[in-house]
Ligand binder design. Structure first.
Ligand SMILES: [Zn+2]
Length: 66
């Protein structure tokens, strides 16, 4: 079985680390209903929050969202 979503581009070590580290304060928002989730305890793994049937988008600066 091929993992298709990994074949698009080569990932650097930094990108892997970033993708597999769930950082405190990382936030995701739903563009449909406006719901937002935020990480309050970090860890290692993949976080792909789903809302309204699609993936929530990462929020760069959660403090700026009202
Ligand atoms: Zn939603």
């Amino acid at each position: 079985m091929k993992k298709e979503h990994f074949s698009e581009a080569e990932w650097t070590v930094e990108e892997w680390k970033d993708a597999w580290t769930i950082k405190v304060g990382r936030a995701y928002a739903c563009s449909e209903c406006g719901a937002m989730v935020m990480v309050t305890k970090g860890g290692i793994g993949m976080l792909e929050p789903i809302c309204c049937g699609h993936e929530m988008r990462p929020v760069e600066k959660p403090d700026e969202i009202r």
